[in-house]
Unconditional design. Structure first.
Lengths: 570, 187
């Protein structure tokens, strides 16, 4: 038990130790200073030359967003058709079929938006070609998209008055060539030497000790699993994701995957402070995010290690905690930690099934995704937090009766309206989606879809409701984990979550970039004694309160019907 | 938007080749030097491959140590857990049945000694490990079925137990397949 907790503490410690130098490196890259990775420069120049891009051309925030949306659209079209016709494409040793149009729609969007919802199983629903050339590719570029958007906001916050916010293509490509690709290679090598498959061999057939014939799915998973975590994507090579013993063979790979998924989100917070030269501002944000994580983490670990009370009644021993849907090599504490981290940042990979976790752990997972800003996904975590900062600045301004200012620029109606819309968007998408699915379930239980609504839910009662709530929460947060018992492989879920995915991704990217871009173009006001100090602990606490109040008010009724009711009924 | 379309398409193609083609190919090349050559690590017994080190396989006979229950019936062409919630009545019935079955096959074991991991399904359905406690609790059954002293089986389990990383991080685990191979080799 002690070693389980020590393992978790060590893993978090290693993450911090690595995030610090990584943040310095990230800042150097985007300030255009010299780094060890300059040997990649010729490759970047070659790419720009062929693609006809001038990486020195400065863009304003609108041009950034146009470039970002255009290339994302290209990826969607490419992924959609590749997935539908994957059976006709090479690298399909297991002979898997093409995806249906609605599934391909959902899968393509889901990977473009860094969510990786996966309404299919990796062993049978995709081919090696689509895993590598479509899904792993999207795992790189969607993470780079989030980081590129964040760097635009960094630049906007740093400058006194400007509309010139760097070049999207330059930031985007460097994120891949200087950050994601080299680190992914290092991580993949750790995996490979711990026995994770990396070759292109198809299924193997073995005869077991008891004489059963078993097919074993394999494939070039190591590189995929590396970027899956580093890019906070979370989509698994196998159906069981990182609970699969070939996708996460031992505790060392567990630690590696755990560090990999949270190192960039934490490093980006430190990088924020260095980049805009307001270190204290970033430390306060880091502190609030960490406190938020710990508030979610402690109940989760305590609940999972405590075991299932319903099983305790049966009179057996639960020294190892609630082991349904968990793996022995990780144990309850580590799985509890993973479940918190994977939901606060938008990874959504799992090392134990969330559907089978305790009700309060489920509550923490849902809350974590609803907040979606404690560290958060690659780039987008800070963008989400930025919106809460804007709201907090606005409310503070109302309280003292001054025009609110942030980073030396006036915060006016237009920016606050954008922030308000983004804040309201999440509860709207999540609650309206859940309401719609509940309505279909009750009023049209026998519609002839691939999975009939009457058989959607894998569990009765409150938990069944939580399964639907979780699916939309995960989609909106671009998280990608699920209460996987839900029968989501049909046109209703594929299409409805598909739209939630798009809106839940791009509006929360465009919003903060627009606010930052609009503010940066305004006249700079030097700080005075009356300026609200956004790097103080008081303001940090204010932001925290805004986050909690906005979220608690929006979601409490739904949470009360789901995990909270389940807890009291157990 | 039009201005960005061609650059987007060309950059996408280049990156698909780099990230989808060259990157995994490079890794597959290096994996040739790794254990299992990147194909997954297999386990040999009497000159034959009998399974993958990290994939649980079905052991139903009393003379073998048995792995945790699997929601996918140990079919490694798929994977997954039961996704049953903690209070689901059907699920709790399944667990109660597993406990009863275990008691029938292991009459010497007290109910309060049965570790939960032996009657709950793993996440992957392919969990290759047991905790030492979940292996110990099967000793009396295996000892009877094979006519081997319980002490020797305990030693065998201990010899096949992998300690936590550096002795302090994580859990002790017993690989069921390797343990059963060692068991067959005992005579």
């Amino acid at each position: 038990m002690t070693t389980e907790i020590l393992g978790v503490i060590a893993t978090y410690g290693i993450t911090l130790l690595l995030a610090w130098p990584l943040s310095k490196y990230i800042v150097k890259i985007f300030k255009g200073e010299r780094t060890w990775s300059d040997f990649m420069a010729p490759l970047e120049r070659l790419f720009f030359k062929i693609a006809g891009i001038n990486p020195k051309e400065e863009m304003n925030w609108k041009q950034h967003m146009k470039a970002l949306l255009t290339i994302n659209m290209v990826w969607f079209v490419y992924a959609f058709f590749a997935l539908m016709f994957q059976d006709k494409l090479p690298l399909n040793p297991d002979g898997n079929p093409g995806q249906s149009a609605d599934l391909a729609f959902n899968t393509a969007i889901s990977f473009v938006v860094n969510c990786n919802l996966q309404h299919y199983a990796g062993e049978s629903g995709v081919t090696y070609f689509t895993q590598l050339f479509v899904l792993a590719f999207l795992q790189f570029v969607s993470a780079a998209t989030g980081i590129a958007a964040l760097i635009v906001v960094f630049k906007a916050m740093k400058e006194k008055t400007t509309t010139q916010l760097g070049n999207f293509w330059d930031i985007f490509l460097k994120t891949i060539t200087r950050i994601l690709l080299p680190i992914s290679i290092v991580i993949a090598l750790i995996f490979i030497f711990n026995g994770m498959p990396a070759s292109y061999a198809g299924k193997d057939t073995v005869i077991t000790m008891q004489g059963d014939t078993v097919n074993v799915s394999r494939g070039p998973a190591a590189g995929f699993v590396a970027i899956k975590h580093l890019g906070t994507n979370g989509g698994g090579w196998f159906g069981a994701n990182s609970a699969h013993p070939l996708e996460n063979p031992n505790y060392v790979t567990w630690m590696t995957e755990m560090v990999a998924q949270v190192v960039i989100p934490i490093a980006m917070v430190f990088a924020l402070g260095m980049f805009i030269q307001r270190k204290k501002f970033a430390y306060v944000i880091f502190g609030i995010m960490t406190i938020g994580m710990i508030c979610l983490l402690i109940p989760s670990m305590q609940q999972e290690m405590g075991g299932n009370p319903a099983i305790a009644h049966m009179g057996i021993q639960q020294a190892t905690g609630a082991m349904e849907g968990k793996e022995v090599r990780f144990g309850a504490a580590a799985t509890g930690y993973w479940s918190t981290v994977t939901t606060i940042i938008s990874t959504g990979s799992i090392c134990g099934f969330h559907d089978s976790t305790m009700p309060l752990t489920g509550l923490m997972q849902l809350l974590a995704m609803m907040l979606n800003c404690f560290y958060g996904g690659c780039g987008v975590g800070i963008l989400n937090y930025y919106i809460f900062i804007i709201i907090a600045v606005f409310i503070s301004g109302l309280m003292v009766g001054r025009t609110p200012e942030f980073m030396g620029h006036k915060l006016e109606a237009r920016e606050v309206k954008i922030a308000a819309i983004i804040t309201l968007l999440s509860p709207f998408l999540i609650l309206a989606g859940t309401a719609l699915s509940s309505w279909v379930l009750v009023h049209h239980p026998d519609v002839n879809w691939a999975v009939k609504p009457s058989t959607w839910l894998n569990n009765p009662g409150y938990h069944g409701f939580s399964e639907m709530l979780y699916e939309y929460t995960s989609s909106n947060a671009n998280n990608g984990s699920g209460f996987e018992g839900l029968g989501d492989g049909n046109v209703f879920w594929n299409v409805s979550t598909g739209f939630v995915l798009i809106l839940g991704r791009f509006l929360p990217i465009i919003g903060p970039v627009a606010i930052a871009g609009l503010m940066a173009a305004k006249k700079h006001i030097p700080e005075s004694a009356g300026t609200l100090k956004t790097d103080s602990l008081t303001f940090g606490a204010m932001t925290f309160a805004v986050i909690i109040i906005l979220t608690a008010l929006s979601y409490f009724p739904a949470l009360a019907l789901g995990p909270i009711a389940e807890y009291f009924s157990l | 938007m039009k201005k960005y379309l061609w650059p987007s398409i060309k950059l996408t193609l280049l990156l698909v080749v780099l990230l989808g083609g060259i990157y995994p190919l490079f890794l597959a090349g290096i994996a040739k030097m790794a254990p299992g050559k990147g194909d997954g690590i297999t386990v040999m017994h009497n000159g034959k491959v009998v399974g993958y080190e990290n994939i649980a396989q079905k052991f139903t006979a009393d003379k073998y140590f048995q792995p945790r229950p699997s929601a996918v019936d140990y079919n490694a062409a798929s994977s997954g857990g039961s996704n049953k919630s903690a209070g689901n009545p059907d699920y709790l019935k399944t667990v109660a049945e597993r406990i009863d079955t275990f008691m029938v096959h292991n009459p010497d074991v007290k109910k309060s000694d049965i570790p939960a991991e032996l009657v709950t399904a793993s996440a992957s359905g392919l969990d290759p490990h047991l905790t030492p406690a979940a292996a110990y609790v099967q000793i009396s059954r295996v000892a009877k079925a094979r006519g081997i002293a319980a002490d020797r089986l305990k030693q065998l389990i201990d010899a096949n137990t992998k300690a936590p990383v550096l002795g302090i991080f994580g859990l002790s685990t017993v690989n069921v397949l390797k343990l059963n191979i060692a068991l067959d080799d005992l005579k």
